[in-house]
Design a protein around this ligand. Structure first.
Ligand code: SF4
Ligand code: SF4
Length: 287
């Protein structure tokens, strides 16, 4: 089976202090970090075994907080990128960590989903990190949340990044009708696909790849179908992919997050992102 696994361990801490985030400047206890490391090692053991079962996997690390400050995630990314049955390994990151370790990564399989947080780092520092990936030929997308106070900073970043690096803007959805028509025009000039992210899509009863070939794995092996539906559909290590996989219509009213709605076949987002859907790089961008 070709499957996408989103993985999130016990980690819930970050070295940044974003005002809109529950994990800002939190510190995990030694016990939590040890648990996170042990959970990731168990996941890696399972992934290694899947080569023999004929599965082809794409893995996306979407931690609560920042994963790459921890060695075990960096090592996992390097190892996964070299496994023949892994099609892709990607990570959501604030890109604050030193990037010397990326020399060892197989760049044909690794990708970064780098989020820019104005106020936490300077343009120059973030851009310099992006350029390290760029110069190594490692695919990445760059993004930010489109809150009004960040409009100028996002635009400036777009101007500074090479044209073939995609910059996405996530619509701010905590406030209803947040954007004026002018705001939408402004943000669409920065991110030509911004308007794909603005709606919360009606999803109830509709087909979705989440739960059939896309799974959300939580540290201990618990599996849910997606970021939004809290129902547990099984256990990765007990049930395996065949045991977990079933066609299931969506039971949630709306789907508004990129990591979810991209798996709704009716949106046909494969036509926009091609084989870089997971890391959010539209076709036509060479990075
Ligand atoms: S970098 Fe991401 S995880 Fe860290 S505080 Fe900011 S939003 Fe939260
Ligand atoms: S449509 Fe969205 S909310 Fe529904 S199952 Fe798919 S990812 Fe989850």
């Amino acid at each position: 089976m070709k499957a996408v696994l989103y993985y999130r361990g016990a980690l819930s801490s970050c070295n940044y202090d974003c005002p809109y985030c529950p994990f800002s400047k939190t510190k995990d206890s030694k016990a939590t970090l040890a648990k996170d490391k042990q959970q990731l090692h168990a996941f890696m053991d399972w992934v290694r075994e899947q080569g023999g079962s004929g599965h082809q996997l794409s893995i996306f690390f979407n931690p609560y907080g920042e994963a790459l400050v921890h060695r075990w995630y960096r090592e996992a990314m390097i190892e996964l990128s070299h496994m023949p049955h892994i099609e892709k390994v990607a990570v959501q990151t604030n890109l604050s960590v030193k990037l010397d370790w990326t020399n060892d990564i197989d760049r044909s399989k690794a990708a970064f989903w780098a989020t820019y947080h104005p106020g936490q780092t300077s343009h120059a520092a973030f851009l310099s990190q992006c350029m390290k990936l760029y110069e190594q030929g490692i695919p990445f997308s760059v993004g930010s949340v489109g809150i009004r106070s960040a409009f100028g900073a996002i635009k400036q970043l777009r101007q500074l990044l090479p044209e073939d690096v995609y910059l996405w803007v996530n619509a701010f959805k905590d406030q209803k009708n947040y954007y004026s028509e002018n705001d939408i025009v402004y943000l669409t000039e920065i991110d030509p696909h911004f308007q794909l992210n603005v709606p919360d899509y009606d999803s109830l009863g509709k087909p979705c790849g989440a739960g059939s070939h896309v799974f959300y794995v939580q540290g201990a092996g618990i599996v849910k179908r997606c970021y939004s539906d809290r129902k547990v559909i099984g256990h990765l290590y007990r049930d395996g992919l065949e045991g977990l996989s079933a066609e299931r219509p969506c039971t949630m009213k709306k789907c508004g997050c990129y990591i979810g709605y991209i798996h709704m076949p009716e949106l046909k987002l494969g036509e926009v992102y091609g084989d870089r859907l997971l890391e959010r790089i539209p076709s036509g961008y060479t990075r």
